[in-house]
Design a protein around this ligand. Structure first.
Ligand SMILES: [Cu+2]
Length: 217
């Protein structure tokens, strides 16, 4: 998974930098404590201020922060611009308390919806190997589309469309849920995202009744 791969790199690098800074701080603290406890003679400075070391510390920390923010933003930018010129578009709408997935490029704007009650869980069907652009909005309050297994998460706001792309390179099915508390049945706002071969996807899309509930690929 492309985005998953990107997030893996970002997470690994940020963890390494965080560990490095943590160990440096702990090391300095331990050194000072041991030195103090051991009664080493400490030359007390008579200068009220040490602007250079202070500026160096502030600069080093700022450099780490700027690097991490810039690098993460760059990776995010790369991920989103690696998308094909004409991605497959799916309009996703969150509502209290379930989801609707519409395929505007298909004949009759096919769609999948559900009630998120019992077995009526909607499935977002996508083809493997093709870039899919999700356009995410909400019909009422703020929701958040989250697929933990794929590390995709984005908020769905009313009167606003958020967009992100995903490309799944293997078949599979992953559980999605709402990650923003949105009311009484928030806990039940589960859906599936299912990646199928392009042939299966075409068959499903053209044989699927408009506005139907759960899928059956
Ligand atoms: Cu919710």
């Amino acid at each position: 998974m492309r985005q998953r791969h990107v997030f893996g790199i970002v997470f690994a690098l940020e963890s390494i930098v965080a560990c490095f800074v943590f160990l440096v701080v702990c090391g300095l603290l331990a050194w000072v404590l041991v030195r103090r406890r051991a009664g080493w003679p400490a030359a007390v400075s008579e200068r009220p201020e040490r602007p250079r070391p202070e500026a160096f510390c502030a600069g080093a920390l700022a450099a780490f922060a700027v690097f991490l923010v810039a690098w993460t933003a760059w990776q995010n930018h790369q991920e989103h611009h690696a998308a094909a010129a004409k991605p497959l578009r799916v309009d996703v709408t969150g509502f209290q308390w379930c989801w609707t997935f519409r395929y505007p490029q298909s004949p009759e704007h096919r769609g999948v919806s559900g009630t998120c009650r019992g077995e009526n869980t909607p499935t977002l069907v996508v083809p493997t190997g093709r870039t899919v652009q999700l356009r995410l909005t909400s019909r009422d309050v703020i929701h958040s589309l989250w697929v933990p297994g794929l590390r995709y998460k984005m908020d769905a706001f009313p009167h606003h469309v958020n967009t992100f792309t995903l490309t799944l390179d293997r078949k599979g099915r992953w559980r999605g849920r709402c990650a923003e508390f949105c009311g009484q049945r928030h806990y039940a706002m589960d859906f599936w995202i299912k990646a199928v071969s392009p042939e299966e996807y075409d068959r499903w899309l053209h044989g699927h009744p408009a506005g139907a509930g759960t899928e059956a690929v």
